[in-house]
Design a protein around this ligand. Structure first.
Ligand SMILES: *[C@@H]1O[C@H](CO)[C@@H](O)[C@H](O)[C@H]1NC(C)=O
Length: 240
């Protein structure tokens, strides 16, 4: 027996081994997070584009999902759930999403059959930086707990059917950079949002009333137009 194939083989093995460890560590989806996402898929009946979420695959490779990287102290945790436009989702936003503790980016937009409130469980998403829920058919109040999610930077709840007041707790969000709640049915007054970090504001097309906090006047009339009393107040600001 000649043994020339043996060094050749081990050479191949050396080449293959790092590759196989690579593809194994690619399968880094956290098991808890994967189970939650499969509940989200089931909640929506597994239809539309979510039907591509195959339990056999790494959930970090699924459409609409982002994860922490392998260099992270907590690799394979789901950080982003960004679903938009034409996925055919129907029904409410599932409570289970609140059990993805590493989420920093939640987007559901352009889903006209997405109904119901912002789930109470979102109060657990303390790492949330981006909350984009525009252009759906969501109802209910803007929850006061949003003011406790201190990392929130971009909030877009525009073009839904949210009602009730803008909670005063929002004024505690020191990192808020953009805030859009236009095209809803919000009532009450505009809270004293922290204006220093805020670069974009739109509360237009609601039923808001009362005075505009002085620090927010810099956003101009368009940010406040089509409300109840604010329009009149603003036009008097702009005349003088
Ligand atoms: C706010 O949202 C509305 C509707 O989604 C959009 O048309 C508008 O441009 C947004 N405003 C800003 C300042 O981005």
């Amino acid at each position: 027996m000649k043994s020339t194939s043996s060094p050749f083989l081990s050479c191949i093995l050396l080449l293959i081994l790092p590759l196989s460890t690579l593809s194994q560590s690619d399968l880094n989806c956290n098991a808890h997070d994967k189970a939650i996402l499969l509940k989200v898929k089931a909640h929506f009946g597994g239809v539309g584009l979510l039907s591509d979420w195959d339990p056999k695959d790494d959930c970090c490779d699924w459409d609409f999902i982002g994860c922490t990287g392998e260099e992270s102290p907590n690799p394979g945790r789901v950080t982003a759930l960004t679903i938009s436009g034409g996925t055919g989702l129907k029904g409410t936003i599932p409570e289970e999403i609140g059990d993805l503790p590493f989420l920093n980016n939640v987007m559901f937009f352009d889903e006209p059959k997405l109904t119901g409130p912002i789930p109470q469980s979102f109060s657990k998403l303390t790492n949330l930086r981006v909350l984009t829920l525009n252009s759906n058919s969501l109802t209910g109040p803007i929850p006061a707990f949003l003011g406790q999610l201190k990392s929130l930077s971009q909030v877009d709840l525009s073009d839904n059917r949210f009602s009730g007041p803008l909670p005063g707790s929002l004024s505690g969000l020191a990192r808020l950079s953009s805030f859009n709640v236009s095209h809803n049915m919000l009532t009450g007054s505009v809270p004293n949002l922290k204006a220093r970090s805020l670069t974009s504001l739109d509360v237009s097309d609601n039923q808001l009333c009362g005075p505009i906090p002085a620090a927010l006047e810099k956003f101009g009339a368009a940010a406040f137009e089509h409300n109840k009393l604010i329009k009149r107040l603003l036009s008097s600001y702009y005349k003088s």
